[in-house]
Write a protein that binds this ligand. Structure first.
Ligand code: SAM
Length: 346
């Protein structure tokens, strides 16, 4: 058999020439960077009410370290989209500077933020000036009591103010992410869609994934994509969106003839692992090649030992090369990752 050419890589080694490839033919170009494991909400599907043992400060990447790793990903590894998340990324004091540094990179990546929007009415304008292109805001309910029950904090008003602030700063379209929980907010799906359409926001429902800190997720309790669609179809005319989906996690539908759309991210019942183009960096500098990966690759240690950009890039490529073909939630041997969503970065 012919030896592999340098651009193919071997079964055990990624090719240096092809960016963040894996051995199943996917290439990661979308980087999710968690900037903190802390959050000012306690959404029950994500974090316990008492919080978690937070990462000690010396273990967190500094702003300069985050920017160096983002730079390596964009300049050397083919990443063209950078999404900052957490925990709650608006809690990171250096966020505006981190966005500024990302926006100065060549080639310039798309820069987005996933946030609960608390404080965004104040921060949206400086973030846009720094180079933020898009924002996704988590909004699970329009009912203050339900918000308090679900997030353990009475902050619906602050969230809505932040969403308005984002739209007023020109971030468009503002995308809203909703996780439905049975018996808590699942009856609100149509009302949330009416709200989104009325304000020109784009709503996406996300199936609840087994990433809660307490490990109490149960598949039979999860509100499925099929159920969400059924509830929406009772009130709206939904037609599959003819636009090409690509590697987008959301399947989208045109609502009442369009142009309004609604998305459903069926991570559990309609997995899209075959098209996954994500690579993830935790706030303490660990690469995760999948949200559900059991292992991580330490770039912080390597960086602090004095490694060059080329050495860090090579380690990152190795980490991605080993990405599994799917998250395996449906496999009986599935084990929930040790870190909950808030510590991975959603
Ligand atoms: N604090 C920010 C926010 O609220 O958007 C960013 C971090 S949060 C972990 C990112 C996204 O992950 C949110 O849209 C949240 O709803 C989602 N999320 C968290 N835990 C989840 C779970 N178990 N299943 C599905 N989505 C989850």
């Amino acid at each position: 058999m012919a030896a592999p050419t340098p651009t193919q890589g071997t079964a055990n080694t990624p090719s240096p020439a092809l960016g963040l490839r894996d051995r199943h033919g996917r290439t990661a170009t979308d980087l999710r960077v968690s900037l903190t494991d802390r959050c000012n909400l306690r959404c029950t599907y994500c974090m316990p009410e008492a919080g978690l043992p937070w990462l000690p400060k010396p273990e967190l990447l500094t702003d300069a370290e985050v920017s160096r790793l983002v730079g390596i990903a964009v300049r050397d590894l083919g990443v063209n989209e950078v999404r900052f998340t957490g925990g709650e990324p608006l809690l990171r004091p250096g966020l505006v500077d981190i966005v500024t540094a990302a926006a100065a990179l060549e080639p310039r990546p798309e820069i987005s933020l996933t946030t609960n929007a608390i404080g965004l009415e104040r921060l949206a304008a400086p973030l846009v000036a720094a180079g933020l292109d898009r924002v996704n805001v988590s909004l699970d309910t329009l009912n203050p009591g339900t918000f308090k029950e679900l997030a353990k904090r009475d902050r619906l008003e602050a969230t809505l103010r932040g969403i308005e602030g984002a739209a007023a700063s020109g971030l468009a379209p503002v995308k809203l992410n909703t996780v439905l929980m049975r018996g808590v907010n699942d009856a609100e799906a149509p009302a949330l869609l009416r709200f989104a359409i009325a304000h020109g926001y784009q709503l996406r429902f996300i199936e609840q994934m087994p990433l809660d800190a307490a490990g109490v997720w149960r598949r039979d309790e999860m509100v499925t994509a099929a159920e969400i669609l059924e509830a929406l179809k009772a009130e709206f005319d939904l037609v599959p969106d003819p636009a090409h989906r690509g590697s987008a996690p959301a399947e989208t539908w045109l609502v009442d003839g369009g142009p309004a759309k609604v998305g459903v991210i069926g991570s559990v019942t309609r997995p899209f692992c075959g098209d996954c183009d994500r690579t993830r960096l935790t706030a303490d500098g660990q690469v995760r090649n999948c949200l559900f990966a059991r292992g991580e690759t330490d770039l912080r240690g390597l960086m602090r030992e004095g490694a060059s950009d080329a050495e860090i890039g090579a380690r990152w490529r190795e980490a991605m090369w080993g990405k599994l073909p799917g998250h395996g939630i449906d496999d009986p041997s599935f084990l929930q990752p040790a870190r909950p969503m808030s510590a991975i970065g959603g």
